[in-house]
Design a protein around this ligand. Sequence first.
Ligand SMILES: [Zn+2]
Length: 339
Amino acid sequence: MPAVKAYFDETQNLHHPQSYLTRGAMRAPQEVPARIPPLLAALTDMGVDIDTPRDHGMRPISAVHAMGYLRYLESAHRRWPEDWGAEVISNIYVRKNNPMKGILAETAYYIADGSSPIGPDTWRAAYASAQCALSAADDIAAGQTSAYAICRPPGHHARPDAAGGFCFLNNAAIAADYLRETYDKVAVLDPDMHHGQGIQEIFWERDDILYVSIHGDPTNFYPVVTGFEDERGEGKGFGYNINLPMPHGSSEEFFFDKFEEALTAIRLFEADVIVVALGFDTYYEDPQAKVSVTSEGFGQMGRLLAATGKPICVIQEGGYDVDHLGINATHFFGGLNSE
Ligand SMILES: [Zn+2]
């Protein structure tokens, strides 16, 4: 009987971005529905049941996101004139002194960058994705040793009141905050290729939720303006935000040095449970990779997590080498079930 239970809802794949703006050019999106079938097939081959998530409503979502932002996400595409284009994409970014008059001004406020186009079904998809995270968290709270939310769209770049980096609702943060109802201390370990600035911002002043992120040096790499080591949290949260950036081109060995450093921090914190913001974009052939993790490396990651003896709530984040997502998931969950 596999320890992992998994969640996915077909509604999630109704979110299908057509293009995105990055480094001065409109490009073909990488965060696409085609990422999902290889993950589902890998899990099914391992004998893991994939269930439809239960609906937990808005409360656990509005616990980490601002009401105005949620109203915007729900309504933005409807309010976007058809003759402007098929998707809501901003070319204006103004947070301070924004009068918030009209859909363009709201978009300038609530969308942080050009990589999160809102289509007709984006809200429904993001909502279902968050419900997967909450359903996996439920299983952990009920005593399962591990659970997997196949979240798409991903979430770790979504800030309390802004979408960005392919993300709309912060699935990992929503699950972590929800798990606080059951556990005193929750650690979020984020080994995705990119810094999860959304999780960092959401828990910036908290000492009950530790955030540890391993990622590529953000200098000239998304999210560009956050993810540096000196971002440590504030107030009683000071010291509970840990960024471990890696130079671009780092070896797999260096990645695992950082991974061990992260696990040591989680041990010192004495976390009751670990939420893992799992990205497969550290895979050496991934278009986003700046380090060289192998398929076997994902197995090693799973084994190291299992060896902590803590319940592990896995939330899917990035990973864009569609041809290798299945094999990498097989290795990861094989490792996680090895103990
Ligand atoms: Zn990523």
